[in-house]
Design a protein around this ligand. Structure first.
Ligand SMILES: [Zn+2]
Length: 192
């Protein structure tokens, strides 16, 4: 059994004070940092990043916070960086997604962010991974999409709910129901 942890989009713009800050984002960064400081048992730990250059109508001056968003995670800005709580952690690989279009799933990412870079599924398979845990931001968007793709790729998938933060906390119960239908485990509580 080879286990991977995928840390999804724990970036400054998705934490409090960022362009698209989610309540609880900084707490996720701290929680992930603490987890990685322990003897966590993961064989590999990877991160994903939203990585926008010109993602078209993913950005809007009048965002609906469902399909369109304020500009965020623009390459070359501090908002695109991982949260400073993770600065002391080293990841086995980082997958960048969304250069020229919306990309919610980490499985749309590649090392370096170019289309011809190594993708997340390929990398995990190359490393013999069969179990994947997912955490990060946001529960109802990029964590959800990453977990769904992980299961579709054949990885036994668990979402660490207490290490996620949602854009719309009220939506998380439905996301967890969907996970159940797809055979994705959810550990932890629901937003109160
Ligand atoms: Zn984005």
């Amino acid at each position: 059994m080879t286990r991977a942890l995928i840390v999804v989009d724990v970036q400054n713009d998705f934490c409090e004070g960022g362009a698209l800050g989610v309540d609880g984002g900084a707490a996720v960064a701290s929680g992930v940092d603490s987890l990685l400081d322990r003897n966590h048992g993961y064989d590999v730990v990877v991160a994903t990043r939203d990585h926008h250059i010109d993602p078209g109508n993913h950005f809007s001056d009048h965002p609906d916070f469902i399909d369109s968003w304020p500009p965020h995670c623009v390459v070359g800005t501090p908002g695109q960086d991982l949260h400073p709580r993770l600065a002391g952690q080293s990841f086995d690989a980082v997958f960048d997604k969304g250069s020229y279009k919306a990309a919610y799933s980490g499985f749309e990412g590649t090392i370096g962010g170019d289309e011809d870079g190594t993708g997340l599924a390929e990398w995990l398979h190359d490393h013999g991974v069969d179990r994947v845990d997912v955490c990060g931001i946001a529960t109802d968007f990029c964590v959800r999409a990453t977990a769904v793709d992980s299961a579709a790729q054949g990885f036994a998938t668990t979402v660490l709910g207490d290490l996620t933060a949602a854009v719309h906390p009220d939506a998380v119960a439905a996301v967890v129901d969907e996970f159940g239908d797809l055979g994705i485990d959810w550990v932890g509580g629901l937003p109160s």
